[in-house]
Write a protein that binds this ligand. Sequence first.
Ligand code: ADP
Ligand code: MG
Length: 440
Amino acid sequence: MSVIEEVTAPRSFERIGMHSHIKGLGLKDGKAEFIADGMVGQVEAREAAGIAVELIKRGKLAGKGILLVGPTGSGKTAIAMGIARELGEDVPFVQIAGSEIYSSEVNKTEFLKQAMRRAIGVRISEERKVYEGEIKRIEVNKTKHPFNPYVEVPESVTITLRTEDDEKTVRAGREIAYQLMGMGVEEGDVIQIDAETGRISKIGTVKEEEGLFLKRKVNLPSGPVLKIKEFTYTVTLHDMDVANARGNIFGLLFSSGAEISDEVRSRVDETVKKWIEEGRATLVPGVLFIDECHMLDIEAFSFLARAMEGELAPILILATNRGMTTIRGTDIKAPHGIPIDMLDRLLIINTHPYRKEEVREIVKIRAREENVEVSEEAVEYLAELGEKTSLRYAVQLLSPASILAGGGKVEKEHVERAKNYFADIKRSIQFVEKLEGMLQ
Ligand SMILES: Nc1ncnc2c1ncn2[C@@H]1O[C@H](COP(=O)(O)OP(=O)(O)O)[C@@H](O)[C@H]1O
Ligand SMILES: [Mg+2]
């Protein structure tokens, strides 16, 4: 179980880190509060996104998508993430940039297929028989190594597990003895042993502990030691594709983004449908967010338009900062560089540049998230800078300013110095233009 949980995690960590403070859309009865769920201002767009969430939940957005249009740093990605968070905790959120379809080692449609299937979760429930309880006593029975009489090896283990209502002593073989020793379990720990596979999970400890590496404190379980428990975990269709293509789930760890055959994919779809019918699994459609969607070409758009009709399709959210521009791969001009048949399917939400009050609050939230202490004056200065340049720039200055402050409290002077070291986009363009002027 833990293997499956781990492999679903590695998505674009870094980019999501920038948005780790976003916990939802911050709505109450459909109205946006000025600050809530890590979201600040951008009230109308958040409320519109809230309506989109309602439509998604009612299945009214099937075959359609959302288009976020606004300048850089106006919260398009943040809102897309907010939408995914509102849909549920284990709802996948996959973020790609339009230009990525060209740089991948697989072709454009294969890349998009994989991205779509990463954005669809399958929540699997399983009932398993487990021994669960606090370790009251653990005794590893050792024996001489078969070849080397000077070495002792574990031969079996005897464990007494206790709950509020029950106590049981079990004896298990060498495999489990090794597992337990490897995990460093001790008396007072609460563990689960899968009765069939012998897999052990450490749940926590019932003991009060002092020190740095605290174990999770848990209550003493109740009920019988041997019981049937339901386990739920979410994998993505893409995880299942890769696992099937390679024959086992460990293939995932070494996956290099190679092509997956459609045959494998339809086999996985069949399996998932069967599980759903049997009540063992539910589908968790997530969000595929394509940033800079004007970088997609006409082929990619027609593929996406068709794929959105499929029964196993994620929610598509596109974002761009372009107005009228040519559709890549053609010389046709279209709004946002998006073909009309695709545009027809999209609900458009505009995001506006931030005002100073909004930038100030977002900077404060980010500072807290990044564990950077910032003086009032420095926050004020960052807010001004953010309003004049972009929110993104103000947020980005936090880390260099913190380094310039030697990890201590960031003052206005540190922000000023960071600002001199790192240019915002406008200044950077002026710089190049000035150089070009000098050369002519
Ligand atoms: N309304 C908001 N509330 C809180 N944080 C925001 C908000 N809008 C943007 N941010 C944060 O500001 C930064 C830049 O916004 P981002 O969503 O990347 O803009 P865009 O995608 O439009 O370029 C990110 O760290 C983002 O999480
Ligand atoms: Mg963005």
